[in-house]
Ligand binder design. Structure first.
Ligand code: FNR
Length: 356
C-alpha cells in the first residue's frame, strides 16, 4: 500500500512485515525469552484510562517542548536502534533527515551503519549519541570525542545491556550483515574472534563491569549532558540524579530482562525520586498519540520510539520515517484537544484515572 493509506503505526508495522525479509523483521520485532515484557509494553497504555476535561477552548494547540535545550515540535524523539542499513540503503541518514524535517530528534546508536559525522550532518542540532561503553575505553573515548565534535547535544549511555538479552527469535533466524559491510563504530575486530557473527562479536565488546563509578570517567571525557538509558526503579533514578545525569526509563523494548516492569509502570516512582533534579524520558511500546499524552501526564518530558521508525524506514526510507512521526504528531495534537489540554505543560497526573 501507499504511505497515505497507512493510517496508524500498527498498519505501518504490518506493511513492513510484508516487505522485510523474515530474519530482518524478526530482528526488529523480537523481545527476550517469552516476550512478556515486550507485550506488556504495548498493553500497558490501553489499561491506563484518561480523564478528559470538556468546554475548554482548544482552538489553538501547542505540542512543542524542549529536551535539554533542544526545541521539539512535539514531544517525541527517535530512540537509538542498531543497523538501520539492514532495511534501507540510506540507513541512519534517512532517519535523521526525517526526524529533523518534522522538528523531532534523532538518537544515533553506537551500532550504526553510517558514521557519526554523516548522520549528524543530516540533522544539525537535532542529534544525541547513544553510547555502549566498550571494555576498550580508548575506542569509546574516541567515539565520544567525535560525537561531541560533530555536534551531539547529549550523550545517552545505555546501562541495561551488560550483555545482550536472549532474543530467541533472533537466535532462530539470525540476521546476516552483508559481507564486507563496515560498522564504523565497533572498531577493528580483535584477532581470534573472526568466527563470531556480528551480534555475538558485539556482545564481546560490551563491558559487564560498568558501574556507577565509571560515570566519573565519562564526565572527564565530555562536557555534554549525560542521560542514563534503561533505568526502571526509583532507586536508580535517584542515583542518576545524584550523579548529575538525566533519566531514560526503558526496558529496551522487552529485549533484555523478560518480565521486567514496563517503563510506564515505573515512571511515577522514578519521577518522584528524581524530584525535578533531572529530565525524565521514556520509551517502549509507544504507538498512539494517547500513549505519548499518558507518559507526559505521568511526568515524562518526552518519549522515544524505535520500532515504528524502523518500519517506516523499511517501507519508504526518509518519507516512511516522516510518515510515522507525522502520524504520532497529529495524534498527539488531536488527543490533547480531546483531553481539553492546549499545551504540554498542562498534562498532569489528574489526567489519568487512578487504578481502583
Ligand atoms: C533497539 N534498542 C537499542 N537501544 C540502545 O540503547 N542501543 C541500540 O543500539 C539499540 N538497538 C536496538 C535495535 C532494535 C532492532 C530495537 C527494536 C531496539 C532499544 C530501543 O532504543 C528502545 O529502547 C526500544 O526499542 C523501545 O522502543 P520501541 O521499539 O518499543 O518503540
Amino acid at each position: 500500500p501507499d504511505l497515505p493509506e497507512l493510517l496508524n503505526l500498527r498498519e505501518i508495522e504490518a506493511a513492513a512485515c510484508e516487505v522485510l525479509p523474515p530474519a530482518a523483521f524478526a530482528y526488529y520485532r523480537g523481545g527476550a525469552n517469552d516476550e512478556h515484557t515486550l507485550r506488556a509494553n504495548r498493553e500497558g497504555y490501553a489499561a491506563l484510562k484518561l480523564r478528559p476535561r470538556m468546554l475548554v477552548d482548544v482552538s489553538q494547540i501547542d505540542t512543542s517542548t524542549t529536551v535539554l535545550g533542544v526545541p521539539l515540535a512535539f514531544p517525541v524523539g527517535v530512540a537509538p536502534c542498531a543497523l538501520h542499513g539492514l532495511v534501507h540503503p540510506d540507513a541512519e541518514v534517512a532517519t535523521a533527515r526525517a526526524a529533523a524535517s518534522v522538528g523531532s530528534l534523532m538518537t544515533l546508536s553506537t551500532m550504526s551503519h553510517r558514521t557519526i559525522e554523516e548522520v549528524f550532518g543530516a540533522a544539525p542540532e537535532r542529534c544525541w549519541f547513544q553510547l555502549y561503553l566498550y571494555k576498550d575505553r580508548e575506542v569509546s573515548r574516541a567515539l565520544i570525542a567525535r560525537a561531541e565534535a560533530a555536534g551531539a547535544r547529549a550523550l545517552v549511555l545505555t546501562v541495561d545491556a551488560p550483555h545482550l538479552g536472549r532474543r530467541e527469535a533472533i537466535i532462530r533466524t539470525p540476521v546476516h550483515i552483508e559481507p564486507g559491510t563496515v560498522l564504523p563504530n565497533i572498531g577493528p575486530r580483535t584477532p581470534g574472534r573472526e568466527h563470531l557473527d556480528d551480534l555475538a562479536y558485539f556482545d564481546t565488546l560490551l563491558d559487564p563491569s560498568l558501574s556507577w563509578r565509571d560515570l566519573a570517567w565519562l564526565r572527564e571525557q565530555t562536557r555534554l549532558p549525560v542521560i542514563l538509558k534503561g533505568l526502571l526503579t526509583a532507586e536508580d533514578a535517584a542515583l542518576a540524579a545524584e550523579h548529575g545525569c538525566h533519566v531514560w526509563a526503558s526496558n529496551h523494548g522487552g529485549r533484555q530482562l523478560d518480565t521486567a516492569v514496563t517503563a510506564l509502570e515505573a515512571l511515577p516512582e522514578m519521577v518522584e525520586a528524581v524530584a525535578g533534579r533531572a529530565e525524565v524520558y521514556l520509551d517502549g511500546g509507544i504507538s498512539r498519540g494517547t500513549d505519548v499524552i499518558k507518559c507526559l501526564a505521568l511526568g515524562a518530558r518526552a518519549v522515544f520510539v524505535a520500532r515504528p521508525v524502523l518500519y517506516g524506514l523499511a517501507l519508504a526510507g526518509e518519507a516512511g520515517v516522516r510518515r510515522t512521526l507525522e502520524l504520532l504528531r497529529d495524534e498527539v495534537r488531536l488527543g490533547m484537544a480531546l483531553c481539553g489540554k492546549t499545551r504540554v505543560g498542562e498534562l498532569g497526573p489528574e489526567l489519568i484515572r487512578r487504578s481502583q
